[in-house]
Design a binder for this molecule. Structure first.
Ligand code: TMP
Length: 403
């Protein structure tokens, strides 16, 4: 395929086969369920994995979008901390600016911006999914219900003003036209303004073999090298980065619209370590593909073995990521009775493609023998909550399967 950023020919590394939408939970079985071929290619010159085909974004972010950030206490705490950090950057960097303005792209249900609105900061959320945007407005966060683009950045400049800070969490990896996105951010920022964004980190995905980070919504898996190349081309300089525990391992990138801020030691260290772990070499991605193949076979095999022993197997957390695991490994209701999930909009539905029933959390009692922790990225929160569970937890992750 051609790299979406550079237009260069880049090699395919994994074909996951026919895949439904990660968040495409169904009220009932339908004959025309949507599937697409999910495979990925790598631009190893800059450390960037990308989906070869992606469904039309309007199929994914719409009135019934199933992901609400407020469902996880850990994520609420995380976004409260982000708001504190943004507030202190505003204070440090823009102390004399009387018209401070913060824009969040993909503001979901407004959980982060609500904190800043409560501190009298002028904010705007931009969110394409109507149902979550509505919730955000209910929390007092002014929200534009649209996809962010260069055109929308011009609309915001006309109707509002230029931004001191743009923030996005788990959003940039969703946006196919990365060149338009980088241009739009540079356009909307004031001179000296900051772009902060965080996404699942390629280094973590490779290290944990967490291939479930790859689904229809995630067009890209970024590294510091790729962020530096892509955004640098449009005048946004990467100056710092912060590894995060969210989503099974993410990175927050700090970029500035100026040419004088120097880059931190922290970033220099991260760039060096990306080279030393082989992020810029094709063989690293070939090894990753082999580990995914191992996981695919072994995950199904061990569940079959438990079923053979008449054990009760259920899933914990009907994550969008679990859609990749279940469809790639070919695991359905014959192996996993149901999946419990605390998100009301998912309960009573069937998982995309494999049609495993999703039930409300009370069904975790009586406890099953085996629980497949699909929400493995919330492990700490869940283990603290499930202290009385005496059954066995399993995941699809390479290191867990190797044990
Ligand atoms: P995420 O991995 O995309 O954040 O999705 C997590 C899913 O797991 C979401 O559907 C909510 C669900 N979940 C539970 O059911 N119980 C829990 O304790 C947590 C933390 C998440």
């Amino acid at each position: 395929m051609k790299c979406r950023f550079s237009g260069k020919d880049i090699p395919k590394i994994i074909d996951f086969g026919e895949m439904p939408l990660g968040n495409g939970f169904l009220s009932e079985k339908i004959s025309d369920e949507y599937f697409f071929n999910m495979s990925v290619a790598v631009n190893f010159d800059i450390g960037l994995i990308q989906l070869i085909d992606q469904p039309d974004p309007k199929k994914m972010f719409h009135q019934d979008y199933a992901f609400f950030t407020r469902t996880s206490n850990f994520m609420i705490k995380h976004f409260n901390e982000v708001a504190d950090e943004i507030y202190s950057i505003l204070d440090d960097r823009f102390i004399n600016d009387k018209s401070k303005f913060v824009v969040e792209i993909g503001s979901n249900d407004g959980v982060m911006l609500e904190n800043l609105v409560n501190k009298d900061i002028n904010c705007l959320g931009i969110e394409p999914s109507k149902n979550v945007a509505k919730v955000s407005n209910r929390y007092g966060v002014k929200t534009l219900n649209d996809f962010f683009s260069l055109d929308i950045s011009n609309e915001v400049l006309s109707n509002y003003q230029a931004a001191n800070i743009i923030y996005a969490a788990n959003v940039f990896c969703h946006i196919p036209d990365i060149n338009d996105l980088a241009k739009a951010c540079a356009n909307l920022l004031k001179d000296g303004g900051l772009l902060l964004f965080e996404d699942p980190y390629l280094g973590d995905v490779l290290q944990k073999t967490s291939y479930d980070q790859i689904y229809d919504e995630h067009v890209y898996l970024f590294s510091c090298h790729s962020v530096q190349s892509i955004f640098g081309k449009y005048g946004l300089r990467l100056i710092d980065c912060k590894p995060l525990k969210t989503h099974g391992g993410s990175m927050r990138y700090y970029l500035v619209k100026d040419n004088k801020s120097s880059i931190t030691e922290n970033l220099k260290f991260q760039l060096d370590s990306e080279v030393s772990i082989g992020l810029l070499s094709l063989s690293t991605y070939e090894d990753f593909a082999q580990r995914c193949e191992f996981s695919k076979i072994e995950f199904k095999r061990i569940i079959e073995e438990y079923k053979y022993q008449n054990m009760k197997v259920v899933g914990y957390g009907a994550t969008s990521k679990s859609t990749t695991i279940l469809n790639y490994c070919d695991v359905g209701p014959e192996l996993i009775d149901f999946i419990v999930d605390t998100t009301p909009i998912k309960q009573g539905k069937l998982t995309p493609g494999k049609h495993i029933p999703v039930k409300d959390y009370s069904n975790f009692l009586p406890h099953p023998d085996i629980s497949v922790l699909f929400a493995w990225n919330h492990k700490k929160e869940i283990m603290d909550k499930e202290i009385d569970y005496k059954g066995k937890w399993i995941t699809h992750l390479y290191d867990d399967l190797k044990k």
